[in-house]
Design a protein. Structure first.
Length: 135
């Protein structure tokens, strides 16, 4: 029945942020028509956090679940170093119970999260290690 998730990221400068996801992060897009790009994302997982009712999103006339985008990586310090070579601004690294993290500034001025999880993850991680007995 359900085959995927579609994340909506609202931006003050959608064209610049689309270019960032395509050119800097290397996410592959499809053109949904008229230059409207939809990007392939890395595997995703969902965590449902408690809320006191203050974190409300509107989509159309409807209140919908609020969301925050964090991209996951194996080595956040190395990833930030690579992003900085591409002139991407990142906040200083911080450590939390759930992992090392920072914010990555998009061209629009908005930020997304980036973190190296210290908790078990629900997605399969790519590995350069070969499985014994397999090519």
């Amino acid at each position: 029945m359900i085959f995927g998730a579609h994340v909506l990221l609202y931006s003050r400068d959608a064209d610049a942020d689309r270019e960032f996801f395509r050119e800097v992060l290397g996410f592959s897009p499809v053109d949904a028509g008229g230059g409207w790009l939809i990007f392939t994302l890395p595997p995703a997982e969902l965590a449902v956090h408690p809320d006191d009712g203050a974190f409300v999103q509107k989509h159309g006339r409807h209140a919908v679940a609020g969301a925050v985008l964090y991209l996951m990586c194996d080595d956040v310090a190395a990833t930030v170093a690579e992003l900085r070579t591409k002139k991407v601004r990142c906040s200083p690294l911080a450590k939390a119970r759930w992992g090392r993290h920072c914010l990555v500034k998009l061209p629009s001025g908005l930020s997304i999260g980036l973190y190296q999880p210290s908790h078990p993850v629900a997605v399969a991680r790519k590995s350069s290690r070969k499985t014994p007995g397999r090519p």
